[in-house]
Ligand binder design. Structure first.
Ligand code: EPZ
Length: 435
């Protein structure tokens, strides 16, 4: 069964990788309501973290995206009883029988988050063997801070033939001061430290909402983590942990993307199942552009009924403007009145969407980490290709704006982080189909 399942998954994904394109006819206002799924960047950490307890876990509100399928595949290959039900958006994980944590290149290359198996493996077995992670080509993406944290806890780290091996006789709580407020390193170190002896303090920790979500999940399994969401996180090692049922927070990046799409088409959309607090950076920027946004508990109403004003964007760690929305909002700025400046401080290579936007008539000049976007009257549909996940999202935004039809290839990048994007957009009145 597992083999069949694995075969199915690889064929299904290969099919995705080779074939699919999105065809979008622009110029239609988005109207209605869209339901936001669980947060990809929380889900891809919580799924590996589930193996730390060595028990049964049920993870709810998971997005139906390729990264979740890839992690289900990795856990199955490790011998974990893992089963994702896309309709119920739930994954059942029983890791009681596994005795090691290995992920080879073939599976680890599928996504960046495979590196979380290092922290989870240390937390469960005091060892793990994982091939270097894959993920979007948006810059160098080192993992030196992850390694710094593992070594500080007493683990030996070896890198041979593209495989990272971590192993510790004992994991001893310690103080770790991160050189950069890295999301991945903060989460990985938290996972390695939950059963270490004594107290671990992570200073200059990342404060993103998904750090809090992962800490809450670990605590639901019996960990003792305090301060997640601030730049000092304290982890008190515990002996025993047990399985739990946990629901992932809504995806603020998916929500932000639909807010941008609504603004791009002059639409009026209810963005449902969100935590407005997590959306404050994007809400503030869109309001600066003249978009009307009202909060209703767990949903927002976005109304764009006046010309868009130019704004300047500078990506920063939370609660600054999120780097993952830099590319989608850049597509929106191509038609704002005036010239906008976008500064990308997190990744040095996160402007690959610019050349594709210029094929659609955008006026953008990139110099290092700065993009100068001069607003134009409109865009025109063209054949373009996604180069990474959020660049793909930016092209969808541009296609919804453009006059005529846009064909977006390499849609597998988009499928990694946006669940059933064509269904959700069709539900809002977009003219979109997958080929
Ligand atoms: C996570 O990546 C997200 N991915 C990214 O989302 C997101 O852009 C990023 O956080 C920032 O918010 C997942 O959660 C799977 P970082 P991660 O470690 O953990 C440097 C998307 O589109 N750094 O916070 O890799 C690094 O070079 C993806 O959903 C080191 O120098 O991000 C970068 O400049 C793209 N050494 C900065 O820190 C390290 O050891 C931020 O990286 C680690 C990171």
């Amino acid at each position: 069964m597992v083999i069949a399942n694995r075969l199915y998954v690889s064929i299904e994904r290969t099919g995705n990788i080779k074939m699919s394109k999105l065809l979008i006819e622009g110029g239609y206002k988005l109207k209605g309501k869209v339901n936001i799924g669980g947060f990809k960047n929380a889900a891809v950490a919580i799924i590996p973290a589930a193996i730390i307890a060595g028990d049964k876990c049920i993870i709810e509100n998971l997005p139906n995206i390729d990264d979740v399928h890839a992690l289900e595949n990795i856990l199955q290959q490790m011998g974990t009883d893992a089963k994702f039900d896309p309709d119920k958006k739930t994954m059942f994980i029983d890791s009681s029988k596994i005795e090691s944590c290995h992920a080879n290149y073939d599976v680890a290359k599928e996504l960046r988050a495979s590196y979380y198996l290092l922290g989870a493996g240390l937390g469960r077995f005091k060892k793990a063997k994982v091939a270097f992670p894959g993920g979007c080509d948006i810059g160098s993406r080192p993992i030196d801070q992850h390694i710094k944290g593992f070594e500080a806890l007493g683990a030996k780290v070896k890198i041979n033939h593209g495989i990272i091996e971590v192993e510790a006789e004992e994991l001893i709580g310690t103080e770790i001061y991160l050189d950069v407020a890295s999301v991945g390193a903060t989460i990985n170190i938290m996972m390695a430290a939950v059963r270490a002896k004594g107290k671990t303090i992570i200073e200059n920790a990342a404060k993103e909402p998904h750090i809090v979500d992962v800490a809450n999940f670990l605590n639901s399994m019996g960990a003792d983590i305090k301060g997640a969401g601030t730049d000092v996180i304290r982890i008190y090692g515990v002996e025993k942990m047990k399985g739990s049922t946990y629901s992932v927070i809504p995806d603020q990046i998916e929500a932000g993307t639909y807010m941008v799409m609504t603004a791009a088409t002059g639409g009026d959309v209810i963005i449902d199942n969100v935590i407005p607090k997590h959306l404050e950076p994007i809400t503030a920027k869109l309001k600066e552009m003249g978009v009307k946004i009202k909060e209703y508990g767990e949903s927002l109403r976005v109304v764009a009924d006046s010309p868009l004003k130019k704004v300047n964007i500078k990506t920063l760690v939370y609660p600054g403007f999120p780097t993952d929305l830099q590319q989608p909002i850049a597509a929106l700025l191509t038609i704002a009145k005036g010239t906008s400046i976008v500064t990308e401080t997190i990744y040095e290579g996160r402007f690959k969407h610019v050349d594709e936007l210029k094929r659609m008539g955008a006026k953008i000049k990139v110099d290092g980490r700065i993009a100068v976007i001069e607003g134009v009257e409109g865009l025109s549909g063209a054949k373009v290709k996604a180069t990474d996940l959020r660049a793909g999202a930016a092209l969808v935004v541009a296609a919804l704006i453009a006059d005529g039809t846009t064909e977006i290839s390499n849609v597998h990048y988009i499928d990694r982080g946006y669940e059933i994007i064509e269904e959700k957009l069709l539900g809002l009145g977009a003219k979109i189909k997958r080929e």
